[in-house]
Design a protein around this ligand. Structure first.
Ligand code: IMP
Ligand code: MG
Length: 331
């Protein structure tokens, strides 16, 4: 029986530090029995600093780092060759993947023709990992599921979550609200459900979701073909100091100011209870504090004024929010 589920959602366009927050949450002893990835595929890149070591994962939930049962849920798509590569890499670092990682039998497979097709994309600026074509084949009912491909560590997530006692789940989302297939800036989006709705699709009833951790960054980034950044030296500096380069593709991320109007919308749609705003130290280092509200740019003299303003506006507009945490970089 499920005791509770918590969900991590990204409130911007990915790369907000979900991996860091997930890692800090699962450290708490007995907080979670399961960590579940609920959307996306090899397009995701989660950067985690584990006991001084930088680890980048694409498919495997971070629960494996602490020996917590980790599941790739039915909302995901997987490239089996890349998954095995990542599995071997983590095993070589000393983590036990064999006993901790499970794949739901309904997960769809990214196949070589999906990657070939995605490599031809010039419009969206995808990660070229075959993500979009794999989901298209899933929805047009032509896809291949894990049960046709993988032999080991396959499970039925229903039996796992509803058949065991005292199940406590952390759902780890990939990508972010601005890339969500329904709520993002279509067509410059990914092909999966990045909201809390996407987590529920993986077999957990809505009443069990007790907390929603919404993750944002103190400025915005985006990778892809739409024009997101206006030319300015300050954005170049943020990119360098914040190391804003894609962890999957190495592409420079476009930078802009924190868009509070968009973040409010994302909070309200996801029912965020605990808000984390990461990487405030990057703005502090540059001593520049700006945000976008309804298409206007507002400037602040100090970090304190910036934080207070964000705190007040969010508390005023988002009744679900209980805690707001301003965080710095993980290193
Ligand atoms: P796709 O998911 O590879 O189809 O790419 C669609 C859009 O989402 C592109 O703009 C990608 O750069 C972006 N994207 C996909 N996954 C991520 C991610 O994990 N972080 C940031 N951007 C992503
Ligand atoms: Mg990432």
């Amino acid at each position: 029986m499920i005791e509770y589920a918590h969900v991590i959602v990204d409130l911007q366009a990915g790369d907000t530090g979900k991996g860091k927050i997930a890692h800090s949450l699962i450290k708490k002893p007995n907080e979670y029995t399961h960590v579940i990835r609920y959307n996306g595929g090899g397009n995701a890149g989660h950067t985690i600093y584990h006991e001084g070591q930088k680890i980048v994962t694409h498919f495997i939930p971070c629960g494996v780092l602490y020996g917590i049962k980790s599941i790739i849920g039915p909302g995901c798509v997987v490239n089996p060759f890349k998954l095995i590569e990542e599995w071997n890499h983590l095993e070589s670092l000393g983590f036990n993947i064999k006993d901790n990682l499970f794949v739901d039998k309904r997960v769809h497979m990214i196949q070589s023709n999906h990657i070939e097709e995605d490599n031809g994309d010039t419009k969206i600026g995808t990660t070229k990992t075959g993500n979009g074509p794999a989901y298209r084949d899933k929805y047009s009912r032509k896809g291949k599921r894990a049960e046709n491909f993988l032999q080991t560590n396959l499970i039925d997530i229903y039996e796992e979550l509803h058949g065991e006692e005292n199940v406590r789940i952390l759902f780890e989302g990939a990508q972010g609200f601005e890339l969500d297939i329904d709520w993002g800036d279509y067509p410059y989006v990914t092909s999966s459900h990045c909201t809390v709705g996407g987590a529920i699709l993986n077999g957990v009833p809505p009443q069990k979701i007790q907390k929603v951790f919404g993750i944002a960054k103190a400025y915005s980034t985006y990778v892809g073909n739409k024009n997101f950044e206006s030319k300015s030296e300050i954005f170049d500096k943020i990119r360098e100091i914040g190391n804003e380069y894609g962890s999957t593709t190495g592409r420079p991320r476009q930078i802009n100011w924190f868009n509070i109007s968009n973040v409010i919308r994302a909070i309200n749609i996801n029912g965020v209870t605990d808000l984390y705003i990461n990487k405030l130290d990057i703005l502090r280092e540059l001593n520049v504090f700006k945000l976008i509200i309804e298409n206007d740019v507002m400037s602040f003299q100090t970090s304190y004024q910036f934080e207070t303003y964000i705190n007040d506006v969010i508390k005023h507009n988002c009744s679900s929010v209980i805690n707001i945490n301003f965080e710095t970089s993980p290193y």
